[in-house]
Ligand binder design. Sequence first.
Ligand SMILES: *Cc1c(COP(=O)(O)O)cnc(C)c1O
Length: 465
Amino acid sequence: MKYISTRGQSPALEFEDVVLTGLASDGGLYVPQSIPQFSKEEIASWAGLSYQELALRVMSPFVAGSIPEDDLKDLIARSYSGFRHDAIVPLVQTGHNEWILELFQGPTLAFKDVALQFLGNLLDYVLKKRNQKVVIMGATSGDTGSAAIEGCRHCDNVDIFILHPHQRVSEVQRRQMTTVIENNVHNIALEGNFDDCQTLVKQSFADQSFLPEGRQLVAVNSINWARIMAQIVYYFYAALSLGAPHRPVSFSVPTGNFGDIFAGYIAKRMGLPVEQLVIATNSNDILHRCLSDNDHSRKALQHTLSPSMDIMVSSNFERMLFDLYDRDGDKIRGLMDDFKSGAMTLDASALERARTLFSSYRLDDEGVIDVIRDVFERCEYLLDPHTAIGVAAARATRRSADVPMVCLATAHPAKFPEAVRKAGQSKDPVLPHHMADLFDREEKYSVLANDAAAVHQFIADNIRA
Ligand SMILES: *Cc1c(COP(=O)(O)O)cnc(C)c1O
């Protein structure tokens, strides 16, 4: 399988090269040249497969030509061996035909583990094969950093540097990162905010001359195609469990960078009968405004109870636009240029298509608290604030009670005790067993000034030979 850039001016790459690249050189994002299709009969024949067996079927066509099937099978087995549930992504019922898909059974209690456990193993595999070493550099406001660190802590050929804003992430989130003490893992607490972290990382990708000879930076944010690919699997898994392909299934997805829901859209393109795809946003609602009013304009970032969705601009939406505009790279370049000055407007036909594919909904913090309380009162099931937005969006936009609605649970409630407390819980949700001693573990991190030269020096000094 070859991959092409959404802006049409970079050469097509093989899967392995896409995994090791961040943005395409023309500024675009890589997408598969064609979307693999499965017939209804083939999908039906997968009923009853384990998560790992299904992952092999769904991911194989995307890595064709790069990774032999036996190797992929082995990568999948290793990636999901650390999950706390045998189903990997169990379903829980919270209402008539309403289901929660628990994507938080991985090591850091957020759905990002599903993709980043896989990406870590994949990088290790590709790099060993090529006898190459790389440096991962990323900025995090919380969840991505810990999931990336957990994914890469055992990678021999990866040194990972994660920047977080000093004293501005929650204690659980910080400790999930800083208590990993392997010598290829480096946490940098930057004296600045999340934007400063992100700016510094972007600047470093643009000029990598601070790295030793032969090393390059690899991106682990959701612009990395391998993350999207690994997320397609759970749409198939949940839908098959609920009767697909013999009946359709709908999904509601707490959305930030549009990576997760984009995987759902790809699943649909591959032949999965998906009835509704609901984009659930918090007050940072650029996607909801785009779909409802054709208003895709930047607004000031708001800090909410669902911090992992506090995103001004959804980077993966560009991949969606590429398809909405019939894969016309010139059009996408034009749109993205418009957007640089603050806003873009979709063509009538692209907007119409987007509205056919997606529903959307926005929920503010007050609404989040109401939903957490309501679901707890009715079924004694505790939602985290991100998942709560998905549940509210599902209920508000649902077109048919006959079609199962799956709400993606993107984090464990114990990660976000503040919201849970506000919803009237007298006790904080309990951390799962493997993390029970989190607050007693030793931490390792370095506080650095918000200064590129200082950070680059630190990285150069700490890369293993
Ligand atoms: C990252 C994250 C999201 C948003 O996912 P996207 O793929 O960026 O849309 C939602 N909820 C939680 C808990 C997350 O960590």
